[in-house]
Design a protein around this ligand. Sequence first.
Ligand SMILES: Cc1cc2nc3c(=O)[nH]c(=O)nc-3n(C[C@H](O)[C@H](O)[C@H](O)COP(=O)(O)O)c2cc1C
Length: 383
Amino acid sequence: MLRFLTAGESHGPCLTAIIEGLPAGLSLDIDQINEELARRQQGYGRGGRMKIEKDTVDIVSGVRFGQTLGSPITLIIKNRDWGNWQEQMSVMGAEAGEAVTNARPGHADLTGILKYDRQDIRDILERASARETAARVAVGAIMKQFLQAAANIEIASHVINIGGVKFDKPVTFSVINNNRSQETGCVDQETEIAMKEIIDKAKQNGDTLGGVFEISATNLLVGLGSHIQWDRRLDTKLTAALMSIPAIKGVEIGDGFYYANLPGSQAHDEIFYEAQKGYYRKTNHAGGIEGGMSNGEDIIVRAIMKPIPTLMTPLQSVNILTNAAVKANTERSDACAVPAAAVVGEAMTAITLAETLIEKFSSDNMADLLSAIESYNLRINRC
Ligand SMILES: Cc1cc2nc3c(=O)[nH]c(=O)nc-3n(C[C@H](O)[C@H](O)[C@H](O)COP(=O)(O)O)c2cc1C
């Protein structure tokens, strides 16, 4: 079984992740992990924090001479901003700094202090902050390397909607890889200009925007996930993984909500067979998943991110100590983070596919795992 946990506060000393269950003998490239971390920090509309942080990973267990040992892997990403927060975020000692008391609508602030019995919203926001997703991106970068080494599976994403400005035509995996802009995550230059304009306008008004990103995974093995139990379904795991990203409010696979408009005759992917190719489809309405299992076609999944809840022109709220009507707190914040969320979405997709792959071909080491995959592919004629 593959599992991971993350720990760390947004302005604490570091983020940590522990991964357990990766086979021994996987070669890791640390630069690739750092490249993914850098991708998460980019994007048009990001706030000042991203200018301070230059995320890089330290691997402090589970890897020796560039190869996994099969033991737990510990990742550490230092928070550069920690230098400015040592007193306010001190683990021991007296309280320092001003308490945050004006709850932000749309954030964990109010419910968090009520549930955890805290008097300073900072006790909640430090962990609710999407800074935590840097740790997931580092874990996902390792899973991407694992998927590539195990089965040549690749994952990419592009942004198809920011604040209602859309480019949602179907695109191939290579178009995403070659044309995805670093700034907006969009593959179409004209749409990117309009996206940047609408982000600029939102920023000028102290407002924020959300949007939609699409993830593709290619070279899929047939049969990841299972139809036999609700929680073993790949679609269950994938949608839960994407919904776990802060601010993601909807996920659809393949034609998703559009299925409502189609008759069955146009909704399903007819099945073909060729000796060289094995079974295949000419269409991909299903987004690569049927009966809770990958069917070998590309996995296509979209997620919608709500607008960022911290507004520079703050919304109406209450002070949690006095219950007086106040304007919400304004933390340093992003105006739009859909391109970054897409990178986190890639990571969560990689983690889910790695988890289901290891579930199917359970092994302590890469050599045994590779031969299990090879003999499976031979049996089902997809070599
Ligand atoms: C990559 C990324 C960056 C984010 N940046 C911010 C931000 O700067 N300010 C903010 O208020 N929320 C930001 N969010 C969203 C909040 O973390 C999220 O809305 C909040 O934790 C409440 O969770 P919920 O929206 O799932 O209810 C970001 C989310 C992601 C995925």
